[in-house]
Design a protein around this ligand. Structure first.
Ligand code: ZN
Length: 278
């Protein structure tokens, strides 16, 4: 990040002087790369502006709306700093475990908005510096008029069962031992159901049936929307694509390996199957 960036220079002073009173009694999600500043505690909370040092080197600021009755902002620190006493920088991933679901969602929203702000400063078509809209979350190119909205990558995640067996697999980036249900990004032109079928065929060589929507979860690692489905095995024999997976196998309910974090939709998919298969 660079404070001399011409787009950053258009940003108001921090906190915005026109809204200083509002900003003082507001919640701030202050990010240093993937880490957000929180008040220390068993369940970390987000600080209000008057509790953080005014010398904080803020760069991008984005309004998030309200949180617990107060205005709420996301901001990126332009360089690493030491957390003030009583506060600590927590990795976004660890907030999923430490905070409430609502707090994690807010932190995920803040992270994604700041990431978009940082990565969309110039027009992808003509290279001109983009202008920030004051009325909605969009950046416009003054040259070619192209509009740049925050981008979310749709992904599908699917639980495949065959009777009393559940298909779980392991990707190289998982923590040691962990296995989960299958997942992948939706490709241009696909329906969600087609993406589910294609991913399962590509990763494990199986045909599936009874594809049903289960639920969704914003997944800010970095900017996905996970849409979850359940499905049943239809035909084919398990053939692991080792370019995508380290392994895949059918598991009994009483022999499950380490699973994804509890707040993840993958975990909910598996718990739902366990409840059904009892
Ligand atoms: Zn342009």
């Amino acid at each position: 990040m660079n404070l001399n960036n011409p787009v950053s220079a258009q940003k108001p002073s921090f906190p915005p002087t026109t809204h200083k009173a509002k900003a003082d009694s507001a919640y701030w999600l202050l990010f240093s790369e993937h880490y957000v500043l929180v008040n220390e505690g068993e369940s970390p909370t987000f600080p209000q502006w008057h509790t953080v040092p005014s010398a904080f080197p803020l760069e991008a600021v984005e309004e998030l709306g309200t949180w617990q009755g107060l205005p709420c902002y996301a901001a990126a620190l332009s360089r690493s700093i030491t957390a003030p006493p009583g506060m600590v920088f927590q990795h976004l991933r660890s907030l999923m475990r430490l905070c409430s679901e609502a707090e994690f969602r807010l932190a995920g929203q803040a992270y994604q908005v700041l990431l978009w702000e940082r990565n969309h400063r110039f027009c992808g078509h003509c290279g001109t510096a983009l202008q920030t809209s004051t009325s909605e979350r969009v950046r416009r190119c003054p040259q070619c008029k192209l509009e740049h909205y925050p981008r979310i990558a749709p992904a599908v995640i699917m639980r495949i069962a065959e009777g009393k067996k559940l298909l779980l697999s392991r990707s190289a980036h998982f923590p040691p031992g962990m296995r989960s249900v299958q997942a992948g990004f939706v490709e241009p032109g696909e329906t969600l159901e087609q993406a589910v079928q294609r991913e399962v065929m590509e990763e494990v060589g199986l045909k599936i049936k009874n594809i049903r929507y289960f639920g969704s979860q914003s997944w800010p690692f970095p900017s996905s929307l996970m849409m979850a489905f359940t499905a049943d095995y239809a035909s084919g024999s398990l053939r692991v694509n080792y370019a995508e997976l380290e392994d895949a196998a059918w598991y009994d309910a009483n022999q499950l390996p380490p699973l994804p974090p509890e707040r993840s939709i993958a975990y909910r998919l598996i718990q739902d199957w366990l409840a059904l298969s009892r």
